[in-house]
Design a protein around this ligand. Structure first.
Ligand code: FES
Ligand code: FES
Length: 889
């Protein structure tokens, strides 16, 4: 042990610590300065734990306290408070640089260390200073802008008040900072791991090292003897169904008979500390009997392959889509492109681990309420899943601030373990899994294999599209059929294709399970279609932009589902991108004229993305408060998209109130009603729509009795609370034989332009610039909209070029190849606003849009640069070189 003196945020303190005690633990555990975060497994990979020590930014997870005697430490809490923020915190909030906010404290501390020394940093200086700080939400563009704005504040050139939008400018279409931005900037927004629960035990889980095996026995005796262990839970201790049923009841909280992928949870240990729980989990001995492993759909569909799920065949879902006679149309086509594509299994990669907390809340001797605080994006639905799985009805789910999700939280994960443990051990439980555990606990983006044929007539008009796609569903079903159906619902993308024939297969395998991931199905099939569009255009000698323009669907024409589109503002987007396309082509020609091994290329991709889904419905309530404010009750999860802004700005606008008079109650099942998931880019359209309906009802009631206050409403016998709903008028499933049927009430559209440089010697690809032209209907908050588009482009490039999840190998942010600020690139967003006829104030959703066309735009740009057509993502240097060799014959 050693005694150490430290000044922490200006206060002199003394600590007696062990040699290995790290600063991150001292700050978070001893001092409860939980603004300092942890994302990676203390490997120095994420930067979320960044603080300033003696004027330098350091990663507190790598810093031993014994080496800090006499040091001065500043954490995010030492900078400012929401009422009195530091100028850097102001700059981040005003720049729209804060989405989920999990990376924000670390980013701000790294920025402060830079700006303390350099008040006029260049972009390169900023990239260098923030090179160790990861962000999944923003694409880094607004973070760089925030640091530059902070520098201007610090140089005295501007004040925050000069930048802050004046409410007199209006509330809709204005980038007011998010209501939650400042508490995130100051490190006081509580994420699940930050919540203090007295007397809580810490959970750790035993995961299978095998992809497919029977569980023969579990020996917990050695683990039980480890000091601090409260107990060990196996499947037999779970009183409910032990199945987390999203669509089908196949995924256990803890495996009982067999394991189905590397990482499947087998047992859980509760101990006084996380370290003790982890040690005990390692001491649990599980005896397995290995079974044949099927990692690919081909293996799982082979004759005689073992059935993975006892109740469903390995081919667990299939849905065709047939429109016209595609085979005959291809026969008659002037040109036909036939090829195949595939996409990889990928991790959604929210920065925050899958943390959650569960405890029993006792009141007056009543049956205790099981409270689960986690990262759900669908709190009512998930609570129902948990109630069945753990066999306990009296439950409340609360959503903590959440460090991103991107589809990963469509399904319940760590909450099942924490809830079951809280019931079994009758102790409050904190489950703060490591990053690698979080990767094992969660779904991934499905890998697709696609064979396509695309035909056109002699004028270049598309005639038919055939696609045969197989989806690796992994070990559990989750919402696999939804992913397949979404791929079919948006199969013809932005185009009118007279004849379509699609066959789909969803297949159980022994890989990690797939579910939602930003875009959820369309990014995979759109990559195939948009790549095929370029390949066919090249075959026919037609410019890719002109080829797209001549085939874009027009209002009144049907999509591949047969549904006729009412609004389709894509031609305008093509024209908006045209000057950028021409400029980029000229730049590339100029660049390539110089010669050398690096070639520049330009590629396009388009996307038309459906919002919500057929039959979607949502409810939101509003209540006029006695002080003249308005409370909005709606289960609108906000893992970073800015749904708090959307609800607040719409409500303030319609009620003619200042934004601080709008109160949001969105994060608890106790005070909201079911409203569906924060998925499918649906929250603005569906919950915004329900909010508008609720406010119209309130205002009608007020007008009826000439009331302007809640008291007057009450005095006239009218309620002060009104429920609004929004329903997608198009409802029902696709026809099981033809895949024809209902579709989306509203879509968002984009045309994307990628400019890349390809090093033909190494296969390395550098993104020079990405430009997107998007029509998302009426814009509520431009900076929030841009933030979604920029984050989607960054994620799309990661998907296109490098990210991959490999069972048993991907264990941290380095092996996953998380995009850093060093990979960031210039982005431009062009916004057009065609008000949607049925959207709230004309708005629609946009969160997933740029994920859809980015990968094909990238691959088309690589092919344009050097002839290398990469058909199997990600386009790693080796694959680019192989494609180059193939192109050269
Ligand atoms: S927790 Fe310190 S760098 Fe990730
Ligand atoms: S805002 Fe950076 S990780 Fe979410």
């Amino acid at each position: 042990m050693k005694k150490v003196s430290l000044i922490v945020n200006g206060v002199q303190r003394q600590f007696v610590v062990e040699p290995d005690y790290i600063l991150l633990d001292l700050l978070r555990k001893e001092l409860r300065l939980t603004g300092t975060k942890q994302s990676c497994d203390r490997k120095g990979q994420c930067g979320a734990c960044t603080v300033i020590v003696n004027g330098k930014s350091v990663r507190s997870c790598l810093t031993k306290v014994v080496n800090l005697d006499g040091a001065e430490v500043i954490t995010i809490e030492g900078l400012g408070t929401p009422k009195n923020p530091h100028l850097i915190q102001e700059a981040f909030a005003l720049s729209g640089a804060i989405q989920c906010g999990f990376c924000t404290p670390g980013m701000i501390m790294a920025a402060k260390a830079l700006l303390d020394k350099n008040r006029d940093p260049s972009v390169d200086d900023i990239k260098k200073a923030l090179r160790r700080n990861l962000c999944r939400c923003t694409g880094y563009k607004k973070i760089i802008e925030a640091v530059r704005l902070a520098a201007r504040f610090l140089r005295g050139e501007l004040t925050p008040d000069q930048v802050r939008p004046d409410p007199k400018q209006g509330l809709i279409g204005v980038s007011h900072p998010r209501p939650s931005a400042m508490i995130k900037a100051c490190g006081v927004a509580e994420f699940a791991a930050d919540i203090h629960v007295s007397g809580a035990g810490e959970l750790a889980t035993v995961h299978s090292p095998y992809a497919h095996a029977l569980i023969k026995s579990i020996d917990t005796s050695a683990a039980e003897r480890i000091p601090g262990v409260i107990g060990i839970m196996t499947a037999k201790d779970i009183k409910g169904t032990n199945r987390l049923k999203y669509m089908v009841p196949d995924r256990p909280i803890l495996c009982d008979a067999k394991v189905r992928f590397i990482g499947d949870p087998v047992a859980a240990v509760l101990a006084e500390t996380r370290e003790q729980a982890v040690s005990a989990a390692q001491a649990v001995k599980v005896e397995y009997e290995l079974l044949p492993v099927m990692m690919t759909p081909e293996e799982a569909l082979a004759v005689g392959a073992l059935q993975i799920d006892p109740d469903r065949p390995n081919l667990c879902f299939t849905q065709p889509q047939i429109r016209g006679d595609a085979e005959a149309a291809l026969e008659k086509s002037a040109a036909v492109l036939e090829t195949d594509f595939s996409t990889q299994t990928n991790h959604q990669a929210p920065l925050e681990p899958e943390a959650c907390v569960a405890y029993l809340e006792e009141e007056n001797g009543d049956l205790p309420t099981l409270v689960v605080i986690g990262r759900s994006i669908n709190i009512h639905y998930h609570m129902g899943m948990l109630q069945d799985a753990v066999g306990y009805e009296n439950m409340r789910y609360e959503e903590a601030y959440s460090g991103g999700q991107f589809g990963i939280k469509i399904d319940v994960t760590s909450e099942g373990l924490a809830a079951a443990a809280a019931l079994h051990f009758r102790r409050p439980v904190r489950y703060i899994p490591s990053l690698v555990e979080s990767m094992w606990l969660t779904s991934k983006r499905h890998a697709f294999r696609m064979k396509v044929r695309l035909g056109a007539d002699a004028r270049g008009k598309l005639t038919a599209y055939c696609i045969d796609f197989t989806v690796n569903n992994g070990a559990y079903y989750s919402n696999g059929n939804v992913i397949v159906n979404r791929a079919l619902l948006m199969l013809s993308g932005s185009y009118y294709i007279p004849a379509v024939r699609a066959m789909s297969r969803l297949v159980y395998t022994n890989t990690i399970w797939g579910a939602a991931a930003r875009g959820a199905g369309p990014p995979q099939v759109n990559y195939a279609l948009e790549s095929a569009m370029d390949m066919l255009a090249e075959k026919m000698g037609i410019d890719p932009l002109e080829f797209r323009l001549m085939n874009i669907l027009k209002p009144g024409q049907p999509k591949s589902t047969g549904r006729v589109a009412e609004q389709w503002p894509l031609p305008e987007l093509m024209e908006a991108i045209r000057p950028h396309y021409n400029r980029a082509r000229n730049d590339a020609s100029e660049f390539n004229r110089k010669g050398g091994t690096v070639k520049r290329g330009v590629g396009l991709g388009t996307g038309s993305f459906g919002i919500g889904g057929p039959g979607d419905t949502a409810t939101v309530a509003v209540e006029l408060d006695l002080d003249g404010g308005l409370t909005v009750f709606g289960a609108a999860a906000d893992p970073g998209e800015g749904n708090d802004s959307m609800l607040t700005q719409i409500a303030a606008h319609l009620m003619n109130l200042p934004m601080d008079k709008i109160r949001l109650v969105t994060r608890t099942t106790g005070r909201t009603t079911a409203a569906g998931p924060a998925a499918g880019s649906r929250i603005t359209y569906m919950l915004g729509g329900a909010l508008v309906d609720a406010i119209h009802k309130l205002k009608s009631a007020m007008a009826e009795v000439s009331a302007v206050t809640a008291e007057q409403l009450q005095a006239s016998g009218k309620p002060t609370r009104y429920m609004g709903t929004k329903k997608n008028e198009d409802a029902g499933p696709l026809d099981p034989q033809t895949g024809q049927g209902p579709s989306f009430e509203s879509q968002v559209h984009a045309v994307q332009l990628a400019e890349v440089e390809v090093n033909t010697a190494t296969g390395e690809v550098r993104v020079v610039k990405m430009t997107t032209a998007v029509d998302a209907g009426r814009v509520i908050n431009p900076k929030n909209l841009e933030g979604q588009l920029e984050g989607g482009m960054d994620m799309g490039v990661g998907f296109a070029l490098r990210e991959i999840y490999i069972d048993g190998q991907t264990k941290d942010w380095v092996s996953f190849k998380f995009p850093t600020i060093g990979h960031s690139f210039e982005m431009e967003t062009i916004i057009r606003e065609t008000p949607r006829t049925k959207g709230p104030l004309g708005a629609t959703g946009v969160g997933e849009m740029t994920m859809v066309p980015t990968a094909p735009a990238m691959m088309n740009a690589i092919a344009n640069a050097c002839g290398a057509r990469v058909r199997h993502l990600p386009a790693t240097p080796n694959k680019v070189l192989a494609a180059l060799r193939e192109a050269k014959g």
